[in-house]
Design a protein around this ligand. Structure first.
Ligand SMILES: [Zn+2]
Length: 340
């Protein structure tokens, strides 16, 4: 099975070596880091925000077992090579954690998407985060592609709320559900890629395409999002947001935030009932499973996000115990969002 991701990783690397001559008419190629490349238009009227030299970063396999992101980047590159989209600003293409992807693992030593801006980087993913931070620091916009462990009834955006990040998500895919949060970081473990870009004055969003695997529908959604991210970032940087406003204003997207996070217990086992998938509706008091011998009840009405089903064997290894069991989301009204 791992061969499929090997093909995608090889396709990614060979794109930049094979095209180093043929793309050169309009674009230059610059190597940013391992599995990180910048495509830069030779001539452009678009000027980037002060301090930024990368207009957009498209990133995939930040989590190694979420392979669709690599295919999305490769298919987007094919569109660029075919000339079906113009690049008016420098766009970086980054495979976050191909080493974990080759083993079909979320990470090898530490979750890369909780490893940005950490003190004393030591573990493999912490060192990779340091390399990527050099790219992300320079990045005005990032779209990071992810997939969920369990099924989802839809693709959805997830990111820390800011006026700019919500506007960017709506421009990229106006109809897509947005899950957002503010006030506290996504996870107590460390910073995500989008959080890091935001902390450096950029705009960051992540897109969950659906359950992990190389699903053609999900890849098509991702490519559509990538192409619109390129257009939106360029048009916004050029101050030409008029047509984007028309694209966004005719569509209503569902907004959610989480009302509660169920932490993974210190000891014992978690057993969830079957069928808890992303966006599955739950009622307050509904039995969701058993945690350490005690019933786990929904703390409110809402929808399930990121349920973690782990075998007893996985749970008995300290290193593979996650920090949380699931989240419960509630609908969010736009008026509830902070104004600054
Ligand atoms: Zn992920």
């Amino acid at each position: 099975m791992a061969a499929e991701i090997d093909v995608q990783i090889a396709r990614f690397e060979s794109f930049f070596s094979d095209h180093s001559a043929s793309l050169n008419g309009d674009l230059t190629i610059e190597r940013l880091c391992e599995f990180g490349w910048l495509l830069k238009p030779r001539r452009t009227a678009v000027s980037l925000p002060v301090g930024k030299s990368i207009g957009l970063t498209l990133m995939g396999i930040t989590h190694g077992n979420e392979w669709a992101g690599a295919a999305v980047l490769n298919d987007t590159l094919s569109h660029i090579a075919a000339g079906s989209i113009n690049l008016n600003l420098p766009v970086a293409f980054v495979l976050g954690n191909p080493w974990a992807a080759r083993q079909n693992k979320r990470f090898l030593e530490r979750d890369l998407n909780r490893s940005f801006a950490r003190q004393h980087p030591r573990l493999q993913e912490e060192r990779r985060a340091v390399e990527l931070m050099n790219v992300l620091k320079r990045t005005a916009y990032i779209l990071d592609f992810h997939q969920t462990m369990r099924r989802s009834d839809r693709p959805f955006f997830i990111f820390p709320y800011s006026v700019q990040s919500l506007a960017f998500a709506r421009q990229v895919m106006p109809r897509l559900t947005v899950v957002t949060h503010w006030g506290k970081p996504f996870s107590a473990e460390g910073m995500c890629s989008d959080e890091y870009v935001i902390s450096q004055g950029g705009t960051g969003i992540s897109l969950e395409l659906g359950q992990n695997g190389l699903d053609p529908y999900q890849i098509a959604v991702g490519v559509d999002a990538a192409l619109w991210a390129i257009r939106s970032a360029a048009m916004t940087c050029a101050g030409d947001e008029g047509s984007l406003r028309r694209r966004v204003s005719s569509c209503e997207a569902d907004l959610y935030t989480w009302a509660s996070i169920v932490p993974w217990p210190q000891t014992g086992f978690v057993e969830l009932i079957e069928g808890l998938e992303n966006f599955r509706e739950v009622r307050s008091g509904e039995r969701l499973g058993v945690v350490d011998g005690q019933p786990l009840l929904a703390t409110g009405d809402g929808k399930i996000l990121f349920p973690k089903y782990l075998t007893r064997q996985q749970q008995s290894q300290q290193t593979s115990r996650p920090t949380e069991v699931l989240r419960i989301m509630r609908p969010l009204r736009i008026e509830e969002l902070p104004t600054s």
